[in-house]
Design a protein around this ligand. Structure first.
Ligand code: PMP
Length: 389
């Protein structure tokens, strides 16, 4: 009889076989200039968020919710946040989740029903994939940002006898490419198909649309549009806010396992997100400042032969994994916190540096970063010495 493996052996073997093993690093103040976080508006360390939490504590708001929203965990802070978020985004209703990942998983796994079709953009986030895996609808990918391809998939599905609802699943801004989805076209397709659009605005919330209200802000309130705004990126805190028709919000409260069976987010987090929304409403110039920084950096990227994405997420695709790692290490050594992104996070052969622009840096920092990047690209033979930078 073969000796059975020790219980941990298969995991050790699997880890040993990984091309790379990720480790958590606490970077501390020596991390270098922030060209990597999603703290787009520089709010994560804003004293007003800290003050909002201190104020909530002083008002007796507890750290822990103590249970699910459906049990004793529902707190006035959650409800106040939901009312304020609905008002801010111009939505009929908002529902707060502990994280964007959980919220997206809940939407995609709960709303589409057996017999329905989930038609998802080929580059949607892992959270949407988890939702599809947990749900009961059929799932089909469509070519990235290609509305016509999505329409063709719907026609194919109908021709093959598909009778249920169609749910388009997409993001406003793709997290590794920084490109913007054709949201109006996707929604028009959802209308034509008498289906729905579930749109993850994670990287657009606080960044794009009027006053940072997202790419779909103009369409908010449509009954076939379900939007996810995450609170851990531009809003500087954590959590996810779903804006949707009240019927769908009620349905999620009653049916979404990721909502029902999870401890409610800390009411202090809700208080901090409320403060972040107030800052967005009071200081729309932050969004303009970020847009100006993106445009400024875009000119520099163009000079390096990198096509500007037009959003705070700028990929510098170098294809080769080792090269991406070398470049990132070089940038970090020069004081710029920039990370290499490799497969499977991005498609094979498209390893890249992901540059994120936030209000934690200014134009001079961007200029210095671009100069270091130019040097790095030259050292890798990706930029001829005559090229600007
Ligand atoms: N959707 C997208 C597109 C994301 O980039 C992320 C975060 N990486 C999430 C959802 C998950 O949100 P959270 O971090 O709030 O769980």
């Amino acid at each position: 009889m073969p000796t059975p493996d020790r219980p941990l052996a298969r995991f050790e073997r699997s880890l040993a076989g990984l091309a790379r093993k990720d480790r958590l690093r606490s970077l501390g103040p020596a991390a270098g200039l922030d060209f990597t976080s999603n703290d787009y508006l520089g709010l994560a360390a804003d004293p007003r968020l800290t003050a909002a939490v201190a104020d909530a504590l002083a008002r007796g708001v507890p750290v822990g919710a103590g249970g699910s929203r459906l049990l004793r965990g529902n707190h006035p802070e959650h409800e106040a946040l939901e009312a304020e978020a609905a008002a801010f985004f111009g939505a009929k209703r908002a529902l707060f989740f502990g994280g964007g990942f959980n919220a997206n998983l809940a939407l995609v796994s709960t709303l589409p029903q057996k017999g329905d079709l989930v038609l998802y953009d080929a580059l949607v986030h892992a959270s949407a994939h988890e939702g599809m895996a947990a749900g009961r609808a059929e799932t089909v990918a469509f070519a990235h940002n290609d509305v016509d391809a999505a329409a063709a998939e719907i026609a194919r599905w109908r021709a093959a006898g598909g009778l249920g609802r169609v749910w388009l699943v997409a993001e406003s801004v793709y997290s590794m490419d920084g490109d913007v989805a054709p949201v109006a076209g996707l929604l028009a397709l959802a209308d034509r198909a008498e289906g729905f659009l579930i749109l993850d605005e994670a990287h657009a919330t606080g960044v794009l649309g009027p006053g940072g209200r997202g790419v779909a802000a103009a369409f908010e309130g449509r009954e076939n549009l379900v939007v996810l705004h995450t609170c851990g990126k531009a809003l500087g805190v954590s959590g996810g806010l779903v804006t949707a028709d009240p019927v769908l919000c009620d349905y999620l409260v009653n049916r979404a396992r990721a909502f029902i069976y999870a401890t409610a987010p800390s009411p202090l987090v809700a208080a901090a997100v409320r403060a972040a929304l107030r800052i967005l409403a009071d200081e729309p110039e932050r969004i303009t400042r970020l847009a100006r920084l993106v445009a400024f950096a875009g000119e520099g990227f163009s000079r390096l032969g990198v096509t500007p994405s037009g959003t705070p997420i700028q990929p510098v695709i170098v294809h080769d994994n080792a090269r991406a790692v070398r470049l990132a290490a070089r940038m970090q050594a020069a004081g710029f916190d920039l990370r290499a992104i490799r497969p499977p996070t991005v498609p094979e052969g498209s390893a890249r540096l992901r540059v994120a622009l936030t209000l934690n840096v200014g134009e001079a920092d961007v200029t210095a970063m671009l100069a270091a990047l130019a040097e790095g690209l030259r050292a890798e033979g990706l930029l001829s010495s005559g090229d600007a930078g």
